[in-house]
Design a protein around this ligand. Sequence first.
Ligand SMILES: CC(C)(COP(=O)(O)OP(=O)(O)OC[C@H]1O[C@@H](n2cnc3c(N)ncnc32)[C@H](O)[C@@H]1OP(=O)(O)O)[C@@H](O)C(=O)NCCC(=O)NCCS
Length: 141
Amino acid sequence: MESYLKDEAYFEHISRKASTTLMYYENKLIAYFTLHRLPIEFEEAGTAPRDALDLARLAVAKEFQQLGIGTYIISHLRYLAYSINERYLTTEALYEKWKWYARRGFRYIFDGDIDPNSTEGFVSMVMDLFDEELLEDYFEV
Ligand SMILES: CC(C)(COP(=O)(O)OP(=O)(O)OC[C@H]1O[C@@H](n2cnc3c(N)ncnc32)[C@H](O)[C@@H]1OP(=O)(O)O)[C@@H](O)C(=O)NCCC(=O)NCCS
């Protein structure tokens, strides 16, 4: 946890390339996440790449895992995305974690990332905050 924060995250933060947020409990660092902007491309033909708010890192200290902190961070990210009216939240999930993200509103982008015989690699995931019903309501009025 610490070496990434010292060697990479702080520099990227003060260079304004990526933003890292630290969470403390009783003066102990218990979690952090890093956000930056990244273009995403979809498999669907003709879909132009566009920027997303990308979760580059997320970690919760071992002794504080399984308490809902990661879930809280994802809901906070959703709140941040809504506040800046961002459509997409993305992340490259470790294969072993992709279902954890899926249970929190992300979906995988590429079918090929999902290999039932694998436990390794990464899965590109997206949370789409577009609300089709709102648009339909808008055009109906
Ligand atoms: C992945 C990671 C961020 C999850 O963080 P976490 O704080 O343990 O996540 P949560 O506690 O919110 O969720 C984990 C489980 O705790 C359980 N849980 C216990 N109390 C909970 C609560 N109050 N609210 C929500 N979930 C709770 C849930 O069942 C959940 O499991 P499920 O999705 O399988 O049902 C954490 O395991 C981690 O840092 N791992 C190492 C680094 C890493 O893998 N980062 C992600 C790279 S893709």
